[in-house]
Write a protein that binds this ligand. Structure first.
Ligand code: ADP
Length: 245
């Protein structure tokens, strides 16, 4: 980690797809213990940024340092082992296994979750804490296939926590959730952020107002504005590109 407490340091990042600059010179610093929200209109580059951090996409230029280690050029599973966990927009739970078995499996392997899906092997691990954190204690012995959409999302977050990452990257965790589920997710994120550094990609402005403190706005592959949620929302540039005012 660098002297100023930065856990993740992205500098001069560029990602090019067939000549199109999806990320066009991004600098981003996330400090240890932060709960950082990443917002921006569709196509702003949010998922691409997460994909670069987690080794799914290679940048054309720039550096991504995590706890002082350069991540660019490293394979996805090595990045997971360094302590970065992410959720995906598609579900990665094992429907026929119980909630506890899903957590146990994740705890035993520090692997990208889709890789776990291909390597189904039951192992014991530290699950009680994760189960408690995600609030699914009463459903521990139920197959994950019976969970509601929200409960599944919490299970996936629990599976990440069970892998004991230092940094969690969550891609739209409240998408498709009911109001009640959103509130529980907001509380869950707040709780997780006490022990982890968390970056959340989120669209929902109401959710942001309630649970975000530090926000980074991406637009057309660049950081448009960054700072406290109230200041970011009041910024005319954000209102123009993001809120459409
Ligand atoms: P966001 O997550 O903010 O909606 P994305 O990171 O998904 O944005 O996409 C940023 C831009 O890059 C979009 O214009 C998208 O169409 C483009 N893009 C993303 N992935 C690819 C890809 N694999 N090939 C070509 N273009 C891509």
């Amino acid at each position: 980690m660098s002297d100023d407490g930065a856990l993740l340091e992205i500098r001069g990042l560029e990602v090019v797809f067939d000549g199109f600059r999806a990320i066009d010179g991004v600098d981003l610093t996330v400090r240890q213990g932060e709960l950082r929200f990443l917002i921006g209109p569709n196509g702003a580059g949010k998922t691409t940024l997460i994909d670069v951090i987690t080794g799914l996409t290679r940048p054309a230029a720039g550096s991504v340092r995590f706890a002082g280690t350069e991540l660019t050029g490293r394979k996805e599973h090595r990045i997971v082992r360094l302590g970065i966990g992410r959720t995906f927009q598609t579900s990665v739970v094992f429907e026929e296994l119980t909630v506890v078995e899903n957590l146990d499996l994740a705890a035993g392997f520090r692997r990208p979750l889709p890789t776990l899906l291909r390597q189904r092997r039951g192992v014991s691990g530290t699950v009680a804490e994760a189960l408690d954190t995600i609030g699914l204690g009463d459903l521990g012995d139920r197959p994950a296939g019976v969970l509601s959409h929200g409960q599944r999302q919490w299970l996936e977050i629990g599976m990440l926590i069970a892998q004991r990452p230092r940094l969690l990257l969550l891609d739209e965790p409240v998408a498709g959730m009911s109001q009640d589920e959103r509130e529980r997710t907001g509380e869950l994120l707040t709780q997780i952020a006490r022990d982890h550094t968390v970056v959340v990609v989120e669209h929902d402005m109401e959710f942001l107002r309630r649970y975000a403190s530090q926000v980074t706005v991406l637009h057309e592959g660049r950081v448009l504005v960054e700072g406290d949620v109230a200041a970011v929302q009041a910024d005319p540039r954000v209102q123009e590109v993001y809120l459409g005012r």
